[in-house]
Design a protein. Structure first.
Length: 195
């Protein structure tokens, strides 16, 4: 595998809330990751129409999904930070993944994916992540296993401006990103050998 300039990572927040803690966590990643990880914002679940096979059959795939699928294909990895809704995945995020599962040349196949979650409660979204893993495995993504990141209660980890200020949490996220960096490189090597 030739030496890479950087590792390009697309980020997605499962929340559409303006002051989302999960979106705030994604904003903190560049300052916590190794220097050669470049983070690029993905789309919001709010930008994606509800999946409808009739819409797909008559009009084709929405341009927003086609553009996003291409951005994922061109990236080396994906990071999803999401809240937990009713013990599971927010509907908008699941809808986005349903669209991505349908496009030609599935963008998540063999793609390294990192999961994170933040919630206002003490559990930090711990019940959502296994459900999201299950969906991503169905899409043949390479979901990073450990260490896991569940952040809560959010109000004690972020300040009023939405900055991740808790030192222990920052170190946990930093460690996860360092391990994920190695995981992505391993996946890229395996892909290069297969080609």
């Amino acid at each position: 595998m030739k030496k890479r300039e950087n590792i390009r990572v697309v980020t997605v927040s499962g929340s559409v809330r303006k002051d989302s803690y999960n979106t705030a966590l994604l904003r903190a990643l560049p300052g916590l990751a190794t220097g050669d990880m470049q983070f690029v914002d993905g789309i919001s679940p709010a930008d994606v129409p509800i999946y409808d096979h009739d819409l797909e059959r008559i009009s084709g795939f929405p341009q927003v999904i086609m553009n996003f699928a291409q951005a994922i294909r061109e990236a080396d990895a994906l990071v999803i930070a999401s809240p937990e809704y009713n013990y599971s995945i927010p509907g908008g995020l699941k809808n986005m993944l349903d669209w991505l599962s349908r496009v030609p040349d599935p963008p998540l196949a063999h793609k390294p994916v990192l999961l994170q979650s933040v919630s206002g409660g003490a559990f930090g979204g711990v019940r959502m992540q296994p459900h999201l893993r299950q969906v991503l495995v169905a899409l043949n993504a390479r979901v990073f296993a450990k260490p896991e990141v569940f952040i809560g209660p959010a109000s004690q980890r972020f300040d009023e401006a939405g900055l991740l200020t808790d030192r222990n949490t920052r170190e946990i996220v930093r460690t996860q990103l360092e391990e994920f960096h190695g995981f992505v490189l391993d996946q890229l090597r395996l892909s290069a050998r297969a080609n």
